[in-house]
Design a protein around this ligand. Sequence first.
Ligand code: AFP
Length: 322
Amino acid sequence: MQRLAPALREDNVPLDLISLIKTILAATKEISFRVSQAHLGGLMGSTLDENIQGEVQKKLDVVANELIKDILLESGFVRAISSEEEEHSVVGDENGKFIVSFDPLDGSSNIDINSLIGTIFSIHEARDDVPAGDAAQFQQAGTKQVCAGYVLYGPSTMLVMTTGKGTHFYVLDRTHGGFLLVERNVQVPKTTQEFAVNMSNQRFWQPPMQRYIQDLLAGDTGPRGKNFNMRWIAAMVGDIHRVLTRGGIFTYPADNKDPKKPFKLRLMYEANPMSFLIEQAGGLAVTSQERIMDIEPDDIHQRVEVIMGSEEEVNTCLSYYQ
Ligand code: AFP
């Protein structure tokens, strides 16, 4: 099995980007170890603080954020970083070629139940026309990502990553400490009979999504004429990993539960990197109105509606909005 760096060189990924990727992965290997230690490492449960999103921070959220932030800022490769756990972007090295957005630990509510969690990252080239600390550094569409990926801390620790030349799966080999390529050019099946959505929000959705899910639930006696299965892991990394592995549609639709917050998922460090991975695997990633990666961001913590996965099913879902 091929190691990570030779696999990236084969895809003609520039050496400085390979170095940055290896830097991020060094932090994720440490996070993977801390996650596996669970209670033994004294990192279960919450801190007494809330993050910028108004969510209670878990101790592991804070540790994972510090690990990635510190290693990136010391590396010299990044001009600025933004994280789910940081209110503002943080300036790195003036000569750094890249900016990185990340969710240090996605699916935090799964930490205490020993279920799937992961780290999501998205890399853009830094803009030379604005200062490192300028908000405009991060106002770059998803189409401009040069790399995106996640590390899933599951029964095995897996890296799923794209640099724009397909989406590839790697597994952390603990015997030598590196990620090994296990599947090149993963493809999301075009059709599916599986969907992922938090059904408890059903009454808050817009009518098109209500009708679409109702028709899935009607199964072979309804207009779709086939039965659908439902899965919800409550960690986007877990749900998207399933979609990349065996197909499906994943959605976090707009809802009116809190009129000030119609969307849940974050564009820069959840929706954009996952969209890049899904599109590179032949799937679709959209809102009910547009392609996610075309959105011009105006804030690092911006939220967005998400519908992604198997091409035919995403198109069927979109047809309910037309
Ligand atoms: P956290 O990373 O803040 O725990 O949120 C996870 C998440 O953003 C995404 O990974 C899940 O798909 C979604 O929230 C789960 O949302 P519900 O709370 O509605 O299940």
